[in-house]
Write a protein that binds this ligand. Structure first.
Ligand SMILES: [Zn+2]
Ligand SMILES: [Zn+2]
Length: 137
């Protein structure tokens, strides 16, 4: 059913394969909109009506701490957003529609940091402005 890759990822990280974990991973993989924890909870609630917010948060937490998924905060909200793409990439946040876009960039910040002698473990680059769709209006 196409769940194999998620099962494989969980096993690689030494996490138990559970239905909740698989469901959340599949949801995030198919929805690259950087949803908030609440949005993930609402989705899960439809599938598993008796699931608690705490359970969903704990599942997400385990996926974040094992680095299966990425999490980030943006300046315009206090909420934690989650992203299935855990490779380093840039985000463009539109101040008008609130949409969060993934940006591919050839810019290698690691190289830049290395030149300065800094050792980066991780970085997040968020760019704020007006997206192409909103700018056209
Ligand atoms: Zn926009
Ligand atoms: Zn992203």
């Amino acid at each position: 059913m196409g769940l194999d890759k998620y099962i494989e990822m969980l096993k690689t990280k030494g996490l138990k394969v559970t239905q909740h974990r698989l469901e959340i991973m599949k949801y995030l993989d198919n929805n690259r909109t950087h949803p908030t924890l609440d949005q993930v909870y609402l989705y899960m609630k439809e599938k598993f009506p008796s699931i608690s917010k705490m359970t969903v948060y704990n599942v997400i937490d385990s996926l974040i701490s094992s680095r299966i998924i990425n999490s980030m905060r943006f300046v315009n909200s206090t909420e934690l957003h989650v992203d299935f793409d855990n490779k380093t990439h840039f985000h463009f946040v539109c101040g008008k529609c609130g949409e969060i876009y993934d940006l591919d960039s050839d810019l290698d910040l690691q190289e830049l940091l290395k030149k300065e002698g800094h050792e980066a473990e991780d970085y997040n680059v968020n760019i704020y402005g007006t997206c192409g769709k909103c700018a056209k209006k």
